[in-house]
Design a protein around this ligand. Structure first.
Ligand SMILES: Nc1ncnc2c1ncn2[C@@H]1O[C@H](COP(=O)(O)OP(=O)(O)O)[C@@H](O)[C@H]1O
Ligand SMILES: O=P(O)(O)OC[C@H]1O[C@](O)(COP(=O)(O)O)[C@@H](O)[C@@H]1O
Ligand SMILES: [Mg+2]
Length: 503
Protein backbone atom coordinates (compact mmCIF):
# COMPACT_ATOMS: atom_id res chain seq x y z
CA UNK A 1 0.00 0.00 0.00
CA UNK A 2 3.04 2.27 -0.13
CA UNK A 3 4.05 4.39 2.86
CA UNK A 4 1.26 4.98 5.31
CA UNK A 5 1.45 7.89 7.73
CA UNK A 6 0.94 7.30 11.46
CA UNK A 7 -2.13 9.54 11.32
CA UNK A 8 -3.55 7.51 8.45
CA UNK A 9 -2.89 4.30 10.34
CA UNK A 10 -4.66 5.64 13.42
CA UNK A 11 -7.88 6.32 11.56
CA UNK A 12 -7.75 2.90 9.91
CA UNK A 13 -7.29 0.85 13.05
CA UNK A 14 -7.10 1.24 16.82
CA UNK A 15 -4.36 -0.76 18.47
CA UNK A 16 -5.08 -1.75 22.06
CA UNK A 17 -2.38 -3.48 24.12
CA UNK A 18 -3.24 -5.95 26.87
CA UNK A 19 -1.29 -8.21 29.19
CA UNK A 20 1.14 -10.95 28.13
CA UNK A 21 1.67 -9.51 24.67
CA UNK A 22 -2.04 -9.30 23.84
CA UNK A 23 -2.76 -6.85 21.00
CA UNK A 24 -6.21 -5.92 19.68
CA UNK A 25 -6.23 -4.49 16.17
CA UNK A 26 -9.61 -2.90 16.48
CA UNK A 27 -11.87 -1.46 13.79
CA UNK A 28 -13.06 2.16 13.81
CA UNK A 29 -16.39 3.16 15.33
CA UNK A 30 -18.64 6.23 14.92
CA UNK A 31 -17.83 7.34 18.45
CA UNK A 32 -14.18 7.79 17.39
CA UNK A 33 -15.12 10.86 15.35
CA UNK A 34 -18.74 11.79 16.15
CA UNK A 35 -19.73 12.76 19.69
CA UNK A 36 -23.06 12.43 21.52
CA UNK A 37 -24.61 9.83 19.25
CA UNK A 38 -27.86 8.32 20.55
CA UNK A 39 -28.08 4.53 20.86
CA UNK A 40 -31.08 2.20 20.81
CA UNK A 41 -31.77 -1.29 22.17
CA UNK A 42 -31.03 -3.92 19.53
CA UNK A 43 -34.38 -4.93 17.94
CA UNK A 44 -33.18 -8.55 18.07
CA UNK A 45 -33.87 -8.46 21.80
CA UNK A 46 -37.56 -8.67 21.06
CA UNK A 47 -37.21 -10.93 18.01
CA UNK A 48 -38.82 -14.28 18.96
CA UNK A 49 -36.15 -16.21 17.05
CA UNK A 50 -33.30 -14.73 19.06
CA UNK A 51 -34.79 -13.64 22.38
CA UNK A 52 -34.41 -17.13 23.84
CA UNK A 53 -30.86 -17.67 22.65
CA UNK A 54 -28.47 -17.68 25.58
CA UNK A 55 -25.65 -15.19 25.08
CA UNK A 56 -26.81 -14.27 21.61
CA UNK A 57 -25.23 -10.84 21.89
CA UNK A 58 -21.49 -10.64 21.55
CA UNK A 59 -19.66 -9.39 24.60
CA UNK A 60 -17.86 -6.12 23.87
CA UNK A 61 -14.61 -7.72 25.05
CA UNK A 62 -14.78 -10.81 22.82
CA UNK A 63 -11.83 -11.01 20.45
CA UNK A 64 -10.34 -13.70 18.22
CA UNK A 65 -6.61 -14.54 18.06
CA UNK A 66 -4.89 -14.41 14.69
CA UNK A 67 -2.57 -17.24 15.64
CA UNK A 68 -3.68 -20.37 17.37
CA UNK A 69 -0.50 -22.39 17.60
CA UNK A 70 1.52 -21.02 20.50
CA UNK A 71 4.16 -22.07 22.96
CA UNK A 72 3.84 -21.66 26.69
CA UNK A 73 5.94 -18.48 26.68
CA UNK A 74 4.75 -16.98 23.39
CA UNK A 75 3.11 -13.57 23.52
CA UNK A 76 -0.67 -13.74 23.09
CA UNK A 77 -0.32 -11.85 19.80
CA UNK A 78 -2.73 -10.04 17.50
CA UNK A 79 -6.49 -10.31 17.97
CA UNK A 80 -9.49 -9.08 15.99
CA UNK A 81 -12.88 -8.00 17.27
CA UNK A 82 -15.43 -10.81 17.22
CA UNK A 83 -18.33 -10.19 14.80
CA UNK A 84 -21.99 -10.41 15.78
CA UNK A 85 -24.90 -8.45 17.23
CA UNK A 86 -24.43 -6.01 20.08
CA UNK A 87 -26.92 -5.02 22.80
CA UNK A 88 -27.01 -1.43 21.53
CA UNK A 89 -27.39 -0.20 17.97
CA UNK A 90 -26.58 3.22 16.51
CA UNK A 91 -29.45 3.41 14.01
CA UNK A 92 -33.22 3.34 14.35
CA UNK A 93 -34.68 0.96 11.76
CA UNK A 94 -36.45 3.65 9.77
CA UNK A 95 -33.38 5.87 9.82
CA UNK A 96 -31.25 3.40 7.85
CA UNK A 97 -30.69 3.88 4.15
CA UNK A 98 -28.32 1.19 2.94
CA UNK A 99 -26.67 0.44 -0.39
CA UNK A 100 -24.82 -2.56 -1.83
CA UNK A 101 -22.22 -2.57 -4.59
CA UNK A 102 -20.28 -5.41 -6.23
CA UNK A 103 -16.92 -4.73 -7.92
CA UNK A 104 -14.14 -6.63 -9.72
CA UNK A 105 -14.32 -10.07 -11.35
CA UNK A 106 -17.20 -12.47 -10.89
CA UNK A 107 -17.09 -15.02 -8.10
CA UNK A 108 -19.64 -17.67 -7.05
CA UNK A 109 -21.67 -16.40 -4.08
CA UNK A 110 -22.01 -12.71 -4.96
CA UNK A 111 -25.78 -12.99 -5.27
CA UNK A 112 -26.00 -14.94 -2.01
CA UNK A 113 -24.21 -12.15 -0.15
CA UNK A 114 -26.50 -9.52 -1.74
CA UNK A 115 -29.58 -11.57 -0.81
CA UNK A 116 -28.50 -12.10 2.76
CA UNK A 117 -27.63 -8.43 3.38
CA UNK A 118 -31.10 -7.44 2.16
CA UNK A 119 -32.81 -10.18 4.16
CA UNK A 120 -30.79 -9.60 7.34
CA UNK A 121 -31.43 -5.88 7.30
CA UNK A 122 -35.14 -6.45 6.90
CA UNK A 123 -35.79 -9.53 9.05
CA UNK A 124 -33.37 -8.78 11.88
CA UNK A 125 -33.37 -4.98 12.00
CA UNK A 126 -36.60 -3.92 10.26
CA UNK A 127 -34.68 -1.97 7.61
CA UNK A 128 -36.31 -1.82 4.21
CA UNK A 129 -34.50 1.00 2.42
CA UNK A 130 -31.76 -0.84 0.52
CA UNK A 131 -30.40 0.37 -2.81
CA UNK A 132 -28.42 -1.69 -5.28
CA UNK A 133 -25.67 0.25 -7.07
CA UNK A 134 -25.53 -0.70 -10.73
CA UNK A 135 -22.27 -1.93 -12.26
CA UNK A 136 -19.56 -1.45 -9.64
CA UNK A 137 -18.00 1.73 -8.23
CA UNK A 138 -18.77 3.86 -11.25
CA UNK A 139 -22.47 3.08 -10.74
CA UNK A 140 -22.45 5.43 -7.71
CA UNK A 141 -22.16 8.45 -9.95
CA UNK A 142 -22.92 7.27 -13.47
CA UNK A 143 -25.96 5.03 -13.27
CA UNK A 144 -29.35 4.48 -11.69
CA UNK A 145 -29.88 2.47 -8.55
CA UNK A 146 -32.38 -0.31 -7.98
CA UNK A 147 -34.42 -0.83 -4.87
CA UNK A 148 -33.64 -4.19 -3.26
CA UNK A 149 -36.33 -6.03 -1.31
CA UNK A 150 -36.46 -9.51 0.23
CA UNK A 151 -38.98 -10.48 -2.43
CA UNK A 152 -36.85 -9.28 -5.35
CA UNK A 153 -33.75 -11.00 -4.01
CA UNK A 154 -35.42 -14.17 -2.78
CA UNK A 155 -34.14 -16.55 -5.46
CA UNK A 156 -30.99 -14.85 -6.63
CA UNK A 157 -28.62 -17.15 -4.73
CA UNK A 158 -29.47 -19.84 -7.26
CA UNK A 159 -27.96 -17.76 -10.05
CA UNK A 160 -24.31 -17.12 -10.88
CA UNK A 161 -22.87 -13.64 -11.39
CA UNK A 162 -24.23 -10.59 -9.62
CA UNK A 163 -27.68 -9.13 -10.20
CA UNK A 164 -26.16 -5.69 -9.65
CA UNK A 165 -23.50 -6.00 -12.34
CA UNK A 166 -19.84 -5.31 -11.71
CA UNK A 167 -16.91 -3.50 -13.31
CA UNK A 168 -13.23 -2.75 -13.06
CA UNK A 169 -11.84 0.79 -12.83
CA UNK A 170 -14.02 3.86 -12.32
CA UNK A 171 -13.21 4.44 -8.65
CA UNK A 172 -13.50 8.17 -7.99
CA UNK A 173 -13.55 8.67 -4.24
CA UNK A 174 -15.04 12.15 -4.04
CA UNK A 175 -17.69 11.50 -6.68
CA UNK A 176 -18.68 8.29 -4.85
CA UNK A 177 -18.88 9.99 -1.44
CA UNK A 178 -20.80 12.94 -2.98
CA UNK A 179 -23.32 10.44 -4.32
CA UNK A 180 -23.56 8.67 -0.93
CA UNK A 181 -24.19 12.04 0.73
CA UNK A 182 -26.67 13.24 -1.91
CA UNK A 183 -28.71 10.06 -1.67
CA UNK A 184 -28.73 10.14 2.14
CA UNK A 185 -27.13 6.70 2.35
CA UNK A 186 -25.78 5.81 5.84
CA UNK A 187 -24.69 2.16 5.42
CA UNK A 188 -22.48 1.13 2.49
CA UNK A 189 -21.87 -2.59 1.86
CA UNK A 190 -19.00 -3.15 -0.56
CA UNK A 191 -18.42 -6.64 -1.97
CA UNK A 192 -15.15 -7.16 -3.82
CA UNK A 193 -11.55 -8.28 -3.87
CA UNK A 194 -8.27 -6.63 -2.91
CA UNK A 195 -8.74 -3.71 -5.32
CA UNK A 196 -12.30 -3.16 -4.13
CA UNK A 197 -11.27 -3.18 -0.47
CA UNK A 198 -8.61 -0.53 -1.26
CA UNK A 199 -11.41 1.52 -2.81
CA UNK A 200 -13.60 0.90 0.26
CA UNK A 201 -10.78 2.11 2.53
CA UNK A 202 -10.54 5.33 0.49
CA UNK A 203 -14.32 5.83 0.74
CA UNK A 204 -14.24 5.26 4.50
CA UNK A 205 -11.43 7.81 4.94
CA UNK A 206 -13.26 10.45 2.92
CA UNK A 207 -16.51 9.80 4.83
CA UNK A 208 -14.65 10.19 8.09
CA UNK A 209 -12.92 13.36 6.87
CA UNK A 210 -16.37 14.80 6.15
CA UNK A 211 -17.56 13.66 9.60
CA UNK A 212 -20.51 11.66 8.22
CA UNK A 213 -22.41 9.02 10.17
CA UNK A 214 -22.06 6.49 7.37
CA UNK A 215 -20.89 2.92 8.05
CA UNK A 216 -18.59 1.36 5.43
CA UNK A 217 -18.48 -2.45 5.54
CA UNK A 218 -16.43 -4.61 3.18
CA UNK A 219 -17.22 -8.21 2.31
CA UNK A 220 -14.10 -9.82 0.80
CA UNK A 221 -14.66 -11.52 -2.54
CA UNK A 222 -11.79 -13.26 -4.25
CA UNK A 223 -12.03 -16.47 -6.15
CA UNK A 224 -8.21 -16.65 -6.12
CA UNK A 225 -8.20 -16.63 -2.28
CA UNK A 226 -5.54 -13.90 -2.39
CA UNK A 227 -6.87 -11.82 0.53
CA UNK A 228 -4.73 -12.16 3.66
CA UNK A 229 -5.70 -12.76 7.31
CA UNK A 230 -8.97 -14.59 6.57
CA UNK A 231 -9.18 -18.39 6.54
CA UNK A 232 -10.54 -18.43 2.99
CA UNK A 233 -12.74 -16.34 0.75
CA UNK A 234 -16.28 -17.20 -0.34
CA UNK A 235 -16.55 -18.85 -3.75
CA UNK A 236 -13.20 -20.58 -3.30
CA UNK A 237 -14.71 -23.96 -2.36
CA UNK A 238 -17.13 -23.74 -5.26
CA UNK A 239 -14.27 -22.91 -7.64
CA UNK A 240 -12.20 -25.87 -6.45
CA UNK A 241 -15.20 -28.16 -6.85
CA UNK A 242 -16.05 -26.92 -10.35
CA UNK A 243 -12.41 -27.16 -11.39
CA UNK A 244 -12.73 -30.92 -10.88
CA UNK A 245 -14.92 -31.11 -13.94
CA UNK A 246 -12.22 -29.59 -16.13
CA UNK A 247 -9.54 -31.81 -14.59
CA UNK A 248 -11.72 -34.90 -15.09
CA UNK A 249 -12.23 -34.00 -18.74
CA UNK A 250 -8.50 -33.47 -19.22
CA UNK A 251 -7.82 -36.83 -17.57
CA UNK A 252 -10.37 -38.68 -19.71
CA UNK A 253 -8.94 -37.13 -22.88
CA UNK A 254 -5.36 -37.88 -21.84
CA UNK A 255 -6.12 -41.46 -20.82
CA UNK A 256 -7.88 -42.21 -24.08
CA UNK A 257 -5.00 -41.23 -26.35
CA UNK A 258 -1.52 -42.62 -26.84
CA UNK A 259 0.88 -40.35 -24.99
CA UNK A 260 -2.05 -38.17 -24.00
CA UNK A 261 -1.37 -34.95 -22.13
CA UNK A 262 -4.15 -32.87 -20.56
CA UNK A 263 -3.37 -29.27 -19.59
CA UNK A 264 -5.83 -27.31 -17.43
CA UNK A 265 -5.34 -23.64 -16.66
CA UNK A 266 -6.97 -22.45 -13.44
CA UNK A 267 -7.42 -18.99 -11.95
CA UNK A 268 -4.79 -17.46 -9.72
CA UNK A 269 -2.95 -14.36 -10.85
CA UNK A 270 -0.53 -14.20 -7.96
CA UNK A 271 -1.74 -17.00 -5.68
CA UNK A 272 -1.96 -20.66 -6.63
CA UNK A 273 -4.55 -21.76 -4.07
CA UNK A 274 -7.21 -22.93 -6.55
CA UNK A 275 -4.64 -24.94 -8.52
CA UNK A 276 -3.17 -26.42 -5.33
CA UNK A 277 -6.50 -27.44 -3.77
CA UNK A 278 -8.00 -28.62 -7.07
CA UNK A 279 -4.93 -30.81 -7.57
CA UNK A 280 -5.09 -32.24 -4.07
CA UNK A 281 -8.81 -32.92 -4.44
CA UNK A 282 -8.53 -34.60 -7.82
CA UNK A 283 -5.70 -37.15 -7.52
CA UNK A 284 -5.61 -37.31 -11.33
CA UNK A 285 -3.14 -34.45 -11.59
CA UNK A 286 0.51 -35.34 -12.10
CA UNK A 287 1.93 -31.84 -11.97
CA UNK A 288 0.68 -28.57 -10.50
CA UNK A 289 2.41 -25.31 -11.38
CA UNK A 290 1.71 -22.14 -9.38
CA UNK A 291 3.05 -18.57 -9.39
CA UNK A 292 4.77 -18.99 -6.03
CA UNK A 293 6.85 -21.97 -7.11
CA UNK A 294 9.39 -21.32 -9.86
CA UNK A 295 9.85 -24.05 -12.44
CA UNK A 296 11.88 -24.67 -15.55
CA UNK A 297 11.32 -26.73 -18.68
CA UNK A 298 14.60 -28.06 -20.03
CA UNK A 299 17.31 -30.23 -18.51
CA UNK A 300 17.68 -32.41 -15.48
CA UNK A 301 14.85 -32.05 -12.98
CA UNK A 302 12.87 -29.93 -15.47
CA UNK A 303 9.24 -30.25 -16.56
CA UNK A 304 10.01 -31.92 -19.91
CA UNK A 305 12.06 -34.65 -18.26
CA UNK A 306 9.19 -35.30 -15.86
CA UNK A 307 6.61 -35.46 -18.67
CA UNK A 308 8.77 -37.93 -20.58
CA UNK A 309 9.00 -40.09 -17.46
CA UNK A 310 5.24 -39.98 -16.81
CA UNK A 311 4.40 -40.88 -20.41
CA UNK A 312 6.79 -43.82 -20.22
CA UNK A 313 5.37 -45.05 -16.91
CA UNK A 314 1.64 -44.24 -17.27
CA UNK A 315 1.13 -43.48 -20.96
CA UNK A 316 -0.59 -40.20 -20.12
CA UNK A 317 -0.42 -37.22 -17.77
CA UNK A 318 -2.41 -34.23 -16.50
CA UNK A 319 -0.89 -30.82 -15.76
CA UNK A 320 -2.69 -28.08 -13.83
CA UNK A 321 -1.23 -24.61 -14.22
CA UNK A 322 -2.35 -21.45 -12.43
CA UNK A 323 -2.73 -18.46 -14.72
CA UNK A 324 0.08 -16.51 -13.05
CA UNK A 325 2.61 -19.36 -13.04
CA UNK A 326 5.78 -19.04 -15.09
CA UNK A 327 4.94 -15.54 -16.30
CA UNK A 328 8.59 -14.51 -16.20
CA UNK A 329 9.60 -17.39 -18.46
CA UNK A 330 6.78 -16.62 -20.79
CA UNK A 331 7.18 -12.86 -21.02
CA UNK A 332 10.77 -13.37 -22.02
CA UNK A 333 9.93 -15.52 -24.97
CA UNK A 334 6.81 -13.62 -26.06
CA UNK A 335 8.13 -10.17 -25.15
CA UNK A 336 4.80 -9.31 -23.61
CA UNK A 337 3.54 -5.75 -23.52
CA UNK A 338 2.99 -4.25 -20.10
CA UNK A 339 -0.76 -4.03 -20.42
CA UNK A 340 -3.17 -3.44 -17.56
CA UNK A 341 -6.91 -3.74 -17.12
CA UNK A 342 -9.11 -0.79 -16.09
CA UNK A 343 -8.35 -1.45 -12.41
CA UNK A 344 -4.59 -1.44 -12.98
CA UNK A 345 -4.22 -5.24 -12.73
CA UNK A 346 -1.46 -6.59 -14.97
CA UNK A 347 -2.90 -8.43 -17.98
CA UNK A 348 -1.27 -11.82 -18.12
CA UNK A 349 -0.26 -13.85 -21.16
CA UNK A 350 -2.07 -17.16 -21.61
CA UNK A 351 0.35 -19.47 -19.84
CA UNK A 352 -1.77 -22.55 -20.61
CA UNK A 353 -1.51 -21.98 -24.33
CA UNK A 354 2.20 -21.14 -24.06
CA UNK A 355 3.10 -24.25 -22.10
CA UNK A 356 1.03 -26.45 -24.41
CA UNK A 357 2.91 -25.10 -27.43
CA UNK A 358 6.28 -25.59 -25.72
CA UNK A 359 5.42 -29.20 -24.83
CA UNK A 360 4.35 -29.92 -28.41
CA UNK A 361 7.56 -28.38 -29.78
CA UNK A 362 9.65 -30.45 -27.37
CA UNK A 363 8.10 -33.76 -28.37
CA UNK A 364 8.17 -32.85 -32.06
CA UNK A 365 11.94 -32.39 -31.68
CA UNK A 366 12.15 -35.81 -30.04
CA UNK A 367 10.02 -37.17 -32.91
CA UNK A 368 7.66 -38.62 -30.34
CA UNK A 369 3.97 -38.41 -31.12
CA UNK A 370 1.76 -36.99 -28.35
CA UNK A 371 -1.89 -35.86 -28.13
CA UNK A 372 -2.27 -32.70 -26.06
CA UNK A 373 -5.60 -31.17 -25.08
CA UNK A 374 -5.69 -27.76 -23.41
CA UNK A 375 -8.70 -26.72 -21.31
CA UNK A 376 -9.27 -23.20 -19.91
CA UNK A 377 -12.43 -23.34 -17.72
CA UNK A 378 -11.92 -19.87 -16.12
CA UNK A 379 -15.19 -18.20 -17.07
CA UNK A 380 -17.20 -21.41 -16.69
CA UNK A 381 -16.00 -21.66 -13.10
CA UNK A 382 -16.55 -18.01 -12.25
CA UNK A 383 -20.08 -17.95 -13.60
CA UNK A 384 -21.68 -20.72 -11.54
CA UNK A 385 -23.74 -20.18 -8.37
CA UNK A 386 -22.09 -20.96 -5.05
CA UNK A 387 -22.25 -24.47 -3.62
CA UNK A 388 -23.97 -25.35 -0.35
CA UNK A 389 -21.02 -24.69 1.91
CA UNK A 390 -20.23 -21.34 0.26
CA UNK A 391 -23.91 -20.41 0.56
CA UNK A 392 -23.76 -20.87 4.32
CA UNK A 393 -20.47 -18.98 4.47
CA UNK A 394 -21.88 -16.07 2.39
CA UNK A 395 -24.91 -15.92 4.69
CA UNK A 396 -22.77 -15.61 7.81
CA UNK A 397 -20.50 -12.99 6.24
CA UNK A 398 -23.51 -10.90 5.22
CA UNK A 399 -25.07 -11.19 8.67
CA UNK A 400 -21.80 -10.19 10.33
CA UNK A 401 -21.54 -7.13 8.08
CA UNK A 402 -25.09 -6.05 8.94
CA UNK A 403 -24.57 -6.56 12.71
CA UNK A 404 -21.34 -4.54 12.50
CA UNK A 405 -22.84 -1.59 10.65
CA UNK A 406 -25.91 -1.50 12.91
CA UNK A 407 -23.59 -1.51 15.95
CA UNK A 408 -21.78 1.61 14.73
CA UNK A 409 -18.59 -0.03 13.50
CA UNK A 410 -17.18 1.26 10.22
CA UNK A 411 -14.08 0.91 8.04
CA UNK A 412 -14.03 -2.86 8.48
CA UNK A 413 -13.99 -6.04 6.44
CA UNK A 414 -15.80 -9.10 7.72
CA UNK A 415 -13.83 -12.32 7.70
CA UNK A 416 -13.40 -15.75 9.17
CA UNK A 417 -10.27 -16.02 11.33
CA UNK A 418 -9.53 -19.44 12.74
CA UNK A 419 -13.14 -20.43 12.22
CA UNK A 420 -14.59 -17.37 14.02
CA UNK A 421 -16.28 -14.41 12.35
CA UNK A 422 -14.44 -11.14 12.95
CA UNK A 423 -14.20 -7.47 11.99
CA UNK A 424 -10.82 -6.71 10.46
CA UNK A 425 -9.48 -3.18 9.81
CA UNK A 426 -9.17 -2.39 6.08
CA UNK A 427 -5.42 -1.80 6.24
CA UNK A 428 -4.84 -5.38 7.44
CA UNK A 429 -6.68 -6.71 4.40
CA UNK A 430 -5.09 -4.49 1.76
CA UNK A 431 -1.49 -4.29 2.88
CA UNK A 432 -0.40 -7.53 1.21
CA UNK A 433 -1.59 -10.51 -0.79
CA UNK A 434 -2.24 -13.98 0.50
CA UNK A 435 0.06 -16.50 -1.17
CA UNK A 436 0.86 -20.17 -1.03
CA UNK A 437 3.97 -20.55 1.08
CA UNK A 438 6.08 -23.13 -0.68
CA UNK A 439 8.17 -23.88 2.39
CA UNK A 440 4.95 -24.73 4.20
CA UNK A 441 3.53 -28.21 4.83
CA UNK A 442 0.63 -27.89 2.42
CA UNK A 443 2.86 -27.48 -0.63
CA UNK A 444 4.97 -30.40 0.59
CA UNK A 445 1.79 -32.47 0.81
CA UNK A 446 0.96 -31.55 -2.75
CA UNK A 447 4.44 -32.47 -3.97
CA UNK A 448 4.22 -35.82 -2.24
CA UNK A 449 0.72 -36.41 -3.59
CA UNK A 450 1.63 -35.74 -7.25
CA UNK A 451 5.24 -36.89 -6.91
CA UNK A 452 6.25 -34.05 -9.22
CA UNK A 453 9.69 -32.44 -9.05
CA UNK A 454 10.00 -29.44 -6.72
CA UNK A 455 12.14 -27.71 -9.37
CA UNK A 456 14.41 -26.55 -6.54
CA UNK A 457 17.96 -27.66 -5.82
CA UNK A 458 19.23 -28.10 -2.25
CA UNK A 459 20.74 -24.59 -2.30
CA UNK A 460 17.46 -22.93 -3.34
CA UNK A 461 15.58 -24.92 -0.70
CA UNK A 462 17.97 -23.74 2.03
CA UNK A 463 17.79 -20.14 0.76
CA UNK A 464 13.99 -20.23 0.76
CA UNK A 465 13.87 -21.62 4.28
CA UNK A 466 16.21 -18.86 5.48
CA UNK A 467 14.13 -16.21 3.74
CA UNK A 468 10.86 -17.48 5.17
CA UNK A 469 12.18 -17.86 8.70
CA UNK A 470 13.58 -14.32 8.66
CA UNK A 471 10.08 -13.10 7.77
CA UNK A 472 8.31 -15.37 10.20
CA UNK A 473 7.55 -13.89 13.57
CA UNK A 474 5.28 -16.23 15.47
CA UNK A 475 4.99 -19.95 15.41
CA UNK A 476 2.17 -20.64 13.05
CA UNK A 477 3.05 -18.09 10.39
CA UNK A 478 2.58 -19.82 7.09
CA UNK A 479 0.21 -22.39 8.52
CA UNK A 480 -2.00 -22.27 5.47
CA UNK A 481 -3.13 -25.80 5.68
CA UNK A 482 -4.15 -26.34 9.25
CA UNK A 483 -5.04 -22.97 10.66
CA UNK A 484 -6.42 -21.39 7.54
CA UNK A 485 -4.53 -18.61 5.82
CA UNK A 486 -4.17 -16.47 8.84
CA UNK A 487 -0.52 -17.13 9.22
CA UNK A 488 0.54 -16.69 5.65
CA UNK A 489 3.46 -14.44 5.19
CA UNK A 490 4.03 -11.90 2.51
CA UNK A 491 6.33 -13.48 0.01
CA UNK A 492 5.98 -10.48 -2.29
CA UNK A 493 8.82 -8.84 -0.39
CA UNK A 494 11.01 -11.77 -1.26
CA UNK A 495 10.07 -12.30 -4.90
CA UNK A 496 12.62 -14.56 -6.48
CA UNK A 497 13.68 -14.31 -10.07
CA UNK A 498 12.66 -17.30 -12.11
CA UNK A 499 15.98 -17.13 -13.91
CA UNK A 500 17.71 -17.83 -10.62
CA UNK A 501 16.27 -21.34 -10.81
CA UNK A 502 16.51 -21.84 -14.54
CA UNK A 503 20.24 -22.29 -14.96
N1 LIG B 1 -5.84 1.19 -5.14
C1 LIG B 1 -7.12 1.40 -5.37
N2 LIG B 1 -7.77 2.47 -4.84
C2 LIG B 1 -9.07 2.68 -5.06
N3 LIG B 1 -9.85 1.86 -5.81
C3 LIG B 1 -9.28 0.79 -6.37
C4 LIG B 1 -7.90 0.48 -6.18
N4 LIG B 1 -7.61 -0.66 -6.85
C5 LIG B 1 -8.76 -1.05 -7.44
N5 LIG B 1 -9.77 -0.19 -7.15
C6 LIG B 1 -11.14 -0.26 -7.62
O1 LIG B 1 -11.75 -1.46 -7.12
C7 LIG B 1 -12.58 -2.04 -8.11
C8 LIG B 1 -12.28 -3.49 -8.29
O2 LIG B 1 -10.89 -3.71 -8.45
P1 LIG B 1 -10.34 -4.97 -9.24
O3 LIG B 1 -8.86 -5.01 -9.03
O4 LIG B 1 -10.82 -4.94 -10.64
O5 LIG B 1 -11.07 -6.22 -8.61
P2 LIG B 1 -10.96 -6.89 -7.18
O6 LIG B 1 -11.57 -5.96 -6.22
O7 LIG B 1 -11.72 -8.13 -7.34
O8 LIG B 1 -9.50 -7.10 -6.92
C9 LIG B 1 -12.40 -1.23 -9.38
O9 LIG B 1 -13.56 -0.45 -9.58
C10 LIG B 1 -11.17 -0.40 -9.12
O10 LIG B 1 -11.24 0.89 -9.72
O1 LIG C 1 -11.30 -11.28 -17.57
P1 LIG C 1 -11.43 -10.50 -16.31
O2 LIG C 1 -12.81 -10.16 -15.95
O3 LIG C 1 -10.51 -9.33 -16.25
O4 LIG C 1 -11.01 -11.46 -15.14
C1 LIG C 1 -9.90 -12.27 -15.12
C2 LIG C 1 -9.36 -12.33 -13.73
O5 LIG C 1 -10.34 -12.40 -12.73
C3 LIG C 1 -9.96 -13.28 -11.71
O6 LIG C 1 -10.84 -14.36 -11.73
C4 LIG C 1 -9.93 -12.65 -10.36
O7 LIG C 1 -10.42 -11.38 -10.41
P2 LIG C 1 -10.42 -10.38 -9.19
O8 LIG C 1 -9.18 -9.54 -9.23
O9 LIG C 1 -11.63 -9.57 -9.42
O10 LIG C 1 -10.52 -11.18 -7.94
C5 LIG C 1 -8.54 -13.70 -12.06
O11 LIG C 1 -8.29 -14.97 -11.61
C6 LIG C 1 -8.50 -13.50 -13.53
O12 LIG C 1 -7.23 -13.17 -13.96
MG1 LIG D 1 -7.98 -8.48 -7.35
Amino acid sequence: MGTVSAEDNAIMMKVVDGTAGYVLEDVPHFVDYISDLPTYPNPLRSNPAYSVVKQYFVDMDDTVPQKVVVHKDSPRGVHFRRAGPRQKVYFKSDEVSACIVTCGGLCPGLNTVIREIVHSLDYMYGVNAVLGIDGGYRGFYAKNTISLTPKLTNDIHKRGGTILGTSRGGHDTSKIVDSIQDRGINQVYIIGGDGTQKGAAAIYKEIRRRGLKVAVAGIPKTIDNDIPVIDKSFGFDTAVEEAQRAINAAHVEAESAENGIGVVKLMGRYSGFIAMYATLASRDVDCCLIPESPFYLEGKGGLFEYIEKMLKVNGHMVIVIAEGAGQELLTESLRAKNEQDASGNKLLQDVGFWISERIKEHFAKLKMSITLKYIDPTYMIRAIPSNASDNVYCTLLAQSAVHGAMSGFTGFTVGLVNGRHTYIPFNRIIERQNKVVITDRMWARLLSSTNQPSFLGPKETTDLKKEESSLTGLLDEGATSEEGNSGNIDTSTSTRSFQQYCN
